[in-house]
Ligand binder design. Structure first.
Ligand code: PGA
Length: 253
């Protein structure tokens, strides 16, 4: 099965106009394999600058634009929120949802994340649905239960067929920003579980589903991770802010 391979940069609350300039110039010189897609997700204020830089450097077919969040509402009195139609108007193709930082800091529940997934799909964009267990959950053998509990509300909300338009990012919370990457074997085992969970409901959808790994991915460890049969790319945080690292990751995939 030839699944699309995605390398997504999650800049979090980092980056600036200078980084956009540097990164787009560097990405212009990276050659990507034909089934690979690079997505860069800067903060909201930088989306249009990134979109413009892409066009200026003729990268609009090569590099996709992503947002790190979106409101579940369409419009209205939601001060500080950004809607999917606004993102779509600015050329956003992907939206990261359910990142563990939003689940823990902003108290986003799996039910809310499921509503957001629906809104992103309704606006014609692709959700990158993040799921992952904490260190304590891993140590007490609850990983699979936790992942299932994060996936099920989304399946209930959108139906399994819509997963054809969803990307999953498995990000063990203990590996995010810690330098403690999951071993390729452990990541593969967990990705296989996620794919099987979907396959138990709909095999063809599971076969086509891109499942990215995230959590301290860098230029040195990405090759082994990406070589695993159920890992279809990565969601990259810290290393995506370093032009050399990120371009190496993109070339590796
Ligand atoms: P990291 O972050 O690569 O810095 O661990 C990944 C993420 O949070 O998406």
């Amino acid at each position: 099965m030839n699944r699309s391979v995605i390398v997504a940069a999650n800049w979090k609350m980092n980056g600036n106009l200078a980084l956009i300039k540097e990164m787009t110039s560097a990405l212009a010189n990276v050659s990507l394999s034909s089934n690979t897609c690079v997505v860069v997700c800067p903060s909201f204020p930088y989306l249009s600058a990134f979109a413009q830089a892409r066009v200026d450097k003729a990268l609009d077919k090569k590099i996709m634009l992503g947002s790190q969040n979106a409101s579940e509402h369409q419009q209205g009195a939601f001060t500080g929120e950004v809607s999917n139609s606004m993102l779509q108007e600015f050329g956003v193709n992907y939206v990261i949802l359910g990142h563990s930082e939003r689940r823990s800091i902003n108290k986003e529940t799996s039910t809310l994340v499921a509503h957001k997934v629906r809104s992103v799909l309704d606006a014609g964009m692709t959700p990158i649905l993040c799921i992952g267990e904490s260190e304590q959950e891993r140590e007490t053998g609850q990983t699979n239960v936790v992942l299932a509990a994060q996936l099920q509300p989304v399946i209930d909300e959108i139906g399994i067929e819509k997963f054809a338009d969803v990307v999953i990012a498995y990000e063990p919370v203990w590996a995010i920003g810690t330098g403690k990457t999951a071993s390729p074997e452990l990541a593969q085992e967990t990705h296989q579980y996620i794919r099987q969970f979907i396959a138990d409901i709909n095999q063809p959808i599971a076969e086509k589903l891109s499942i990215l790994y995230g959590g301290s991915v860098n230029a040195a460890n990405c090759q082994q991770l990406f070589a695993q049969s159920d890992i279809d790319g990565g969601l990259i945080g810290g290393a995506s802010l370093k032009v050399d690292e990120f371009t190496k990751i993109c070339s590796t995939v």
